[in-house]
Design a protein around this ligand. Structure first.
Ligand code: PLP
Length: 406
């Protein structure tokens, strides 16, 4: 590369990814083939519009690629094209959610999602997000154990009468009862948006119940458990799909990122292979093993455990707060983010750490290694020596094979 300055940063980042344990629940390591497609000349083309209806010429192959991504996405989640349509153009999860509200909620209408501090996403109506500014937002939380109280959600829905109810979360370690959310939405005449960004890979592999029978619209990022490129897709019931398509383009976006669309098509192909199903169920086995090992070391976990890919670790038992714990972990090469716990009083000083197993599972780690990871986390937080060396050794034993050689 001619630009040595930038090259140095990229090489250093590749080294960092190889030598650290990535426990960020929303991250993963894509295949070498996906990286190749992302770096392909498909990035050179403008394709505003949809297949067969583009605003520029020269789009024959992009039409085919976009249709392929759509077909594969529907098939992956077992959806009939007669009932569902999928838009594969959203640049990422946040614009995808925004597009859904723009399509289905009138200006100044009401959205109801989970609070950020309880595990919801900013785009579920947080006041600092445009979604909480352009629409009226009413939010539900979790109980003192960290669980969703569906009766409470129902009560709030009856009181606020939202136009749309959002299920699906950023930091919720338990199974989501999409059926209940669907019934609540129906009972108040609201749409049900299931945002499965975090658990899409688990849903596609049937290790988490599907929201589709109970939702009107389903959004997901492609880059988390689904292990694809950074981007998002929106599934909508056929009768809503032209509203959603128009909200994405021309409502919010210009040209789709064709290299990403192609990489999505590849990710959906990869996720439809039998190995991926094994991978997804190993993510959950690993999260359970990690949770058990952490509990044995004396840690408390929000909700007492996990059903999916993530764990909310309470670090107060070690007289730490989430920020200090995050820094201690980073120092030894364990990358995980601070997170609020249900009984936290200040969002600025969270007491927890969110841990996720998708990336470590991609590296081939299993239950045995999760015990080692728990011991490394404990060691890092209690200032044991040699943790950094042990982290590096574990990384060397389970190399991130898809990373380019440097
Ligand atoms: C549930 C959920 N929805 C939406 C998003 C937003 O995705 P993005 O960061 O790609 O905009 C996230 C990101 O973490 C998420 O967890």
């Amino acid at each position: 590369m001619k630009d040595k300055k930038l090259e140095r940063f990229i090489k250093a980042e590749i080294k960092r990814q190889g030598e650290t344990l990535d426990l960020i629940a929303s991250e993963n390591l894509v295949s070498a083939e996906i990286l190749k497609v992302l770096g392909s000349p498909l990035t050179n083309k403008y394709s505003e519009g949809y297949p067969g209806k583009r605003y520029y010429p020269g789009n024959f192959y992009y039409d085919e690629i976009e249709k392929l991504a759509q077909e594969r996405a529907l098939k992956l989640f077992g959806l009939s094209p007669k009932q569902w349509q999928v838009n594969v153009q959203p640049y990422s999860g946040s614009p995808a959610n925004f597009a859904v509200y723009a399509a289905l909620v009138p200006q100044g209408g009401k959205i109801m999602g989970m609070k950020l501090a309880s595990g919801g996403h900013l785009t579920h109506g947080h006041p600092v997000s445009a979604t909480g500014k352009f629409w009226q937002s009413f939010q539900y939380g979790v109980d003192s154990q960290g669980m969703i109280n569906y009766e409470e959600v129902k009560k709030l829905a009856k009181k606020f009468k939202p136009n749309i109810i959002v299920s699906g979360f950023t930091a919720y370690p338990r199974k989501v009862n999409f059926k209940k959310f669907g019934e609540i939405a129906k009972s108040v005449g609201a749409y049900h948006l299931a945002d499965i960004s975090h658990i899409a890979g688990l849903v596609a592999s049937k290790v988490h119940p599907s929201p589709f029978p109970w939702a009107d619209v389903v959004t997901t990022t492609v880059h988390k458990t689904l292990r694809g490129p950074r981007g998002a897709i929106i599934f909508s019931r056929k009768e809503l799909s032209s509203l959603v398509d128009r909200a994405v383009f021309p409502g919010l976006q210009g040209g789709p990122h064709n290299h990403v669309t192609a990489a999505m098509a590849l990710a959906f192909f990869e996720a439809s292979q039998p190995e991926f199903k094994k991978y997804a169920s190993q993510i959950v086995k690993n999260a359970r093993a990690l949770a058990e090992a952490l509990k044995k070391l004396g840690f408390k976990l929000s909700t007492g455990g996990t059903d999916n890919h993530l764990i909310l670790l309470d670090v107060r038992g070690l007289r730490l707060d989430g920020m200090t714990a995050e820094k201690k972990l980073e120092k030894v090469g364990i990358i995980a983010n601070r997170n609020s716990l249900p009984d936290d009083t200040s969002p600025f000083k969270p007491s927890g750490i969110r841990l996720g197993t998708p990336a470590l599972t991609t590296r081939g780690m299993k239950e045995k290694e999760m015990k080692e990871v728990a011991s490394l986390i404990f060691g890092a937080l209690t200032n044991e020596v040699n943790i950094k060396t042990r982290v590096k050794k574990l990384c060397q034993r389970f190399p991130a094979k898809s990373l380019p050689k440097i």
